[in-house]
Ligand binder design. Structure first.
Ligand code: MG
Length: 367
């Protein structure tokens, strides 16, 4: 089987709640997502998606996805999409770095592998653990009172894990953590995600001020070394996210005991093939994971569900359902939240069918 044609669509995904805000005053109202279709010489078409969290979260931006695919695509024509190791090797030889460009291509090839073998992607990624899995809800950065008032509504939707967007002014962040934790019920879990927003002294003041609160601290500072310094001076369970973008960083974090949980985002590693390698390594090393992506719609949500569902339950700290945060559905068959939980689809491949009437005309075709 050979890759015959690569197409890309640009699609806007407006946020249901108006704006998503996190550390440093960063926010997004409409997400710019790229859907990639890979057509083979046998007529099978697989789909993938990549959607950055704006241009200022990770080193990725929406136009860069499309520019990168225009650069990389011609090197992949004629390659076998079923040979995913070889395909990734080819992508890395043709374009150095830029994992977020490679992610939707790799995802679409996993979809093809599933369609051709008649298996859901989660089975091919290792097997389905349990009936379903729990989701977290991100709470966009607002005043402490507004953030606390959101908890009841999200709990009504079934969520029991809450990820607070902090990383702002330390006094307000201390109030945010206290106000939200006062609304929690037994069994709920709270993560305060600073998204690199604190300097070390800010982070130290916050973790000391909430010493008595049952809260995880996620990525307090910009660099690995700064996070490690905070980690070594606090008893809170600790999550690393933005700095864990490679196998090297995972091994380094394990050697330093720098974290209890890591956040594996599919596009941060460069696709399902590499995210699975990171996931399997974490399982071997005894590290729990949040499994997700930077953002996305129905196709990304389906891919996340397949990777999450094929992760041993004990190791899956949490995951999320991005398609419920946005107002546009780009594919049929995507998984949806049921009482705060989700399951990967049981159809072959990613189990989705793009809504071509929503995607419109492709912005890029390589053949
Ligand atoms: Mg995070």
């Amino acid at each position: 089987m050979r890759i015959k044609k690569i197409s890309a669509w640009k699609v806007d995904l407006p946020l249901e709640e108006g704006a998503y805000k996190w550390s440093g005053g960063k926010s997004v109202r409409v997400f710019d997502s790229t859907v990639v279709g890979i057509e083979t010489d046998t007529g099978v078409i697989g789909y993938g998606e990549m959607c950055p969290l704006g241009p200022y979260y990770l080193p990725a931006y929406a136009n860069g996805v499309r520019a990168g695919i225009a650069e990389l695509g011609p090197h992949l024509l004629g390659e076998d999409p079923l040979e995913l190791g070889r395909l990734n090797h080819r992508m890395d030889s043709a374009l150095k770095g830029h994992p977020y460009v490679k992610s939707p291509i790799d995802m679409a090839c996993w979809d093809i592998l599933g369609l051709v073998t008649g298996q859901p992607v989660c089975v091919l990624l290792g097997g389905r653990y349990g009936e379903d899995f729990g989701l977290y809800r991100a709470i966009s950065q607002e005043s402490p009172e507004r953030m606390a008032s959101r908890v009841a509504g999200y709990r009504q939707e079934g969520y029991r894990r809450f990820q607070l967007k902090v990383g702002g002014d330390p006094e307000s962040d201390i109030e945010r953590i206290r106000a939200v934790s006062a609304r929690l019920q037994p069994g709920d879990r709270l993560v305060a995600d600073a998204n690199t927003g604190w300097l070390m002294h800010d982070a130290m003041r916050v973790v000391r001020a909430v010493e008595d609160v049952d809260v995880y601290i996620e990525q307090p500072c910009l660099s690995y070394e700064e996070c490690l310094s905070v980690r070594r001076q606090t008893n809170h369970p600790f999550v690393l996210d933005e700095v864990i973008d490679s196998i090297d960083m995972l091994l380094r974090g394990k050697a330093d005991l720098a974290m209890d949980v890591v956040n594996i985002k599919i596009s941060k590693f460069g696709g399902l093939t590499k995210a699975r390698q990171a996931r399997d390594l974490c399982v071997s090393m005894g590290i729990a994971m949040t499994i997700e992506d930077s953002w996305g719609g129905d196709i990304t949500t389906a891919a996340i569900a397949h990777l999450a569902h094929s992760t041993p339950t004990q190791f899956l700290f949490s995951t999320t359902d991005f398609n419920s945060y946005v107002t546009v559905s780009i594919a049929e068959g995507a998984p949806h939240r049921v009482n705060g939980r989700m399951a990967a689809g049981k159809l072959p491949g990613l189990g989705i069918k793009p809504r071509m009437e929503v995607l419109g005309k492709p912005v890029l075709v390589i053949e």
